[in-house]
Design a protein around this ligand. Structure first.
Ligand SMILES: Nc1ncnc2c1ncn2[C@@H]1O[C@H](COP(=O)(O)OP(=O)(O)OP(=O)(O)O)[C@@H](O)[C@H]1O
Length: 253
């Protein structure tokens, strides 16, 4: 039996009269990569921000590593890492200085170069955030989630706008983080990404969870129901062609 590190029970969020989250319940297991999928406006960010202690809930219960959100939000803050809005970084500081700034906020001693190494950015240690490419910015913002050595990290659409090489590189990074025992919760609009990366996914629509299982199980269930693709599937797709032609290596972004 896997241990639930996050437990959400009958969570409701109302913005005025509008119910954005309609009584959802789910568990995230320790050490898994859990995906929250759903169309724009489904309630994913609202749900995550409530768990991250950044937004108030209307009703329901949330437990994170045994801490009740209502009673111990500060204990929860200490054990989670949240990908910040990238626009929030101080423009005058370079990457090393930014890491030291965050480490100070968390009251931690961090070896900035070692951390930058983890996300393949050591050679950008003296660069400013705005001088990074899209993929590098995402990698840096993931690095900042690791500063307080969290048990759980939350990644909100971390690969949006990245090229196929940078996307794959980020998947490797997320897998690497998980292999060290960190639980990862990720939102994405890329279903191929969710299928490759996530152990389990919850599909949210209009504030309700309409499916929750492993990607494999959900696909098998659909196939068993008699579903067939209208067009015969080829053994490769255009992304395979692109990667085949341009290689897997990260570009000089
Ligand atoms: N501060 C707010 N005030 C009022 N309504 C809000 C607020 N924040 C979000 N909403 C509404 O709640 C619903 C859920 O929004 P949310 O941002 O959680 O969706 P999402 O699933 O994360 O969408 P996306 O994929 O576009 O990021 C939307 O209809 C949105 O307009």
């Amino acid at each position: 039996m896997q241990k639930a590190i996050i437990s959400v029970k009958n969570l409701v969020k109302k913005y005025g009269d509008f119910e954005a989250v309609k009584g959802i319940s789910f568990d995230v297991f320790e050490g898994e990569i859990f995906g929250l999928l759903g169309p724009n406006g489904a309630g994913k960010s609202t749900t995550l921000e409530i768990i991250e202690t950044l937004r108030t809930k209307t009703a329901g219960e949330v437990f994170v590593d045994g801490f009740n959100l209502d009673e111990s939000p500060n204990d929860i803050k200490k054990i989670i890492g949240v990908q910040l809005q990238t626009s929030g970084y101080y423009p005058a500081l370079n990457l090393t200085e930014l890491i030291h700034l965050f480490a100070g906020l968390y009251n931690r001693n961090v070896n900035a170069l070692e951390l930058l190494d983890k996300v393949n950015l050591r050679d950008k240690a003296k660069n400013k955030f705005k001088e990074l490419s899209g993929g590098q910015k995402q990698r840096f913002s993931i690095a900042t989630t690791l500063i307080n050595e969290p048990k759980i990290i939350f990644l909100d659409e971390p690969t949006t706008g990245l090229d196929p090489q940078a996307r794959r590189n980020l998947w490797e990074l997320v897998r690497d983080i998980r292999s060290k025992g960190t639980t990862v919760i990720i939102t994405t609009h890329y279903m191929d990404e969710a299928e490759i990366l996530c152990d389990r996914v919850a599909i949210v629509d209009s504030g309700t969870i309409i499916a929750l299982n492993t990607p494999d199980h959900l696909v098998d269930e659909l196939v068993d129901s008699g579903f067939e693709r209208p067009k015969e599937v080829k053994k490769a797709n255009l992304e395979d062609v692109f990667i085949h032609l341009t290689g897997k290596a990260l570009r000089d972004e």
